[in-house]
Ligand binder design. Structure first.
Ligand code: SAH
Length: 242
């Protein structure tokens, strides 16, 4: 099954962009995912090809018209999840990415200017998705972030060696830190345990570091996942279920 991505944008030339390089680019060439890009402007109804208008109630900027957005969405809608990039959406996380990558693909609407006429979210089954608590100038980079995260999880894209199960966020934790040669660099050495060859000891060290670093850097993650990664029986059980 090919993961099918459909992008709706005012800047179709931005695609595939970075998604045409490296891992995602090779997977695109190999047909592991497909991409089609629709110019929202093609769905403007007037001769000036207008896609936006001034905000109701006044204020700066322009708002994307819901009739134009709906026509563009309807032209590609086929049951795949429809997402609209928006800082007002639910923040994207690895669980959602896994979910999406296990499906048939996604239709991704990219905003510009002040964003979308809110009625599009009432009239169509389109979910606002944010890539973080900051404001971009457009949804295109957000769409690329979302797709890149999905594509690397598609079967056969990363290869068997890295299933991604140990990675950051998969256990509600940041991943442990990595080291490679040279053994000594600028007076710093690699932690001895990693050279011990004792796989149980290495696993324990990595787990401890993952917990410690998550506590320090992402107390919000620790909070959200409770004791899911603790060694306690209840914690272990929760981890298995997730
Ligand atoms: N006025 C809006 C921001 C508009 S930014 C507000 O304050 O909420 C223009 C477009 O960039 C948005 O429509 C959206 O598609 C995209 N965008 C900006 N920040 C984003 C974010 N954090 N996540 C996803 N998309 C974002």
């Amino acid at each position: 099954m090919t993961f099918r991505a459909s992008i709706l944008t005012l800047y179709p030339d931005m695609f595939p962009g970075p998604l045409g390089a490296s891992l995602a680019g090779r997977a695109l060439e190999d047909g592991k995912w497909s991409l089609d890009v629709t110019n929202i402007r093609d769905f403007a109804a007037d001769k000036h090809r207008t896609v936006d208008d001034t905000p109701a109630g006044g204020g700066a900027g322009m708002v994307l018209r819901c009739d134009v957005l709906a026509a563009a969405l309807d032209s590609v809608a086929d049951g795949r999840p429809m997402l609209a990039m928006s800082p007002r959406g639910k923040p994207l996380d690895q669980a959602r990415v896994r979910d999406l990558s296990a499906g048939e693909g996604a239709i991704v609407l990219c905003g510009r200017f002040e964003g979308f006429d809110e009625r599009i979210f009432e009239a169509r089954d389109v979910e606002p998705v944010s890539i973080g608590d900051y404001v971009l100038s457009g949804g295109e980079l957000g769409a690329m972030v979302l797709l890149d995260a999905c594509i690397r999880l598609l079967p056969g894209v990363m290869g068997a060696a890295s299933s991604g199960e140990e990675e950051s966020f998969e256990q509600g934790l940041l991943e442990y830190p990595h080291y490679t040669r040279p053994y000594e660099w600028e007076g710093r050495t690699i932690p001895e345990v990693l050279r011990s060859g004792d796989h149980a000891k290495i696993a324990a060290w990595r787990k401890a570091r993952a917990i410690e670093d998550t506590r320090l850097r992402r107390p919000d993650l620790m909070e959200r996942h409770g004791d899911a990664r603790d060694q306690s029986p209840s914690g272990a059980r929760r981890k298995e279920e997730s």
